[in-house]
Write a protein that binds this ligand. Structure first.
Ligand code: SAM
Length: 198
């Protein structure tokens, strides 16, 4: 499904970074190693590389990460890309100064597993940044997020606090905001935002 969604030359979430990441990335130690999970076409990874971070982007879509490499080339930066299902990816131990998760909606069991690994994989002082749609989004007009029929894919602050035990929440909030990111993230949207530090 994702390879098909990314098969046009157009970047479906745009080429600019996610707004929340743009406001939050300075919490990540300068010049550090950053992992972007479920990074799709690479807009966030390329932005972070341009800010001087050493970035690895992981996604199951080879087409998405191919476009991420194309975008990196256009911006004159290098990123590493790993095509894999996160179910099969080991985030490692005390390896990343930053981990970024933007609209990385996964089935709850996998999400819990990945978030458990996030806690382990951050260096001391490392920072996790997440924005994802909450179930409240179903009631709003905005385009984006999981379909209502898959409401288990939405995230909530309560669930994230439980899944990310071991991190200190610098920011943890559920908000409504206007999103304009390519054709597939548009309009009034309900999201959860997290900045959490190890
Ligand atoms: C809504 S897109 C967000 C892409 C990117 N984070 C961004 O903000 O532009 C969700 C991405 O999650 C990826 N994804 C979903 N489940 C995954 C999994 N189990 N393993 C790896 N990638 C996954 C999809 O391939 C897709 O690229």
């Amino acid at each position: 499904m994702w390879n098909q969604r990314y098969s046009d030359s157009e970047f479906v979430y745009g080429t600019e970074p996610n707004d929340f990441l743009k406001s939050a990335y300075l919490h990540i130690p300068k010049g550090g190693q950053v992992l972007c999970v479920a990074e799709g076409e690479g807009r966030n990874a390329v932005f972070l590389a341009k800010q001087g971070y050493v970035v690895t982007a992981v996604d199951q879509s080879s087409v998405g990460l191919g476009k991420a490499q194309q975008l990196a080339g256009e911006h004159g930066v290098e990123i590493s890309t790993v095509v894999t299902d996160l179910a099969n990816y080991n985030l490692g131990t005390e390896k990343w100064d930053g981990i970024v998760s933007i609209s990385a909606h996964m089935p709850p069991e996998l999400r819990k597993k990945v978030h458990g690994q996030v806690v382990k994989a951050l260096t001391k002082g490392g920072v996790f940044i997440l924005e994802a749609y909450t179930e409240r989004h179903i009631e709003l007009d905005g385009v984006g997020g999981p379909p209502p029929s898959k409401n288990e894919l939405f995230m909530s602050l309560n669930a994230l606090k439980s899944e990310l035990q071991g991190l200190d929440f610098v920011v943890g909030t559920e908000v409504e905001r206007h999103i304009s990111e390519g054709k597939l993230h548009q309009g009034e949207s309900a999201v959860v935002q997290v900045i959490a530090k190890k």
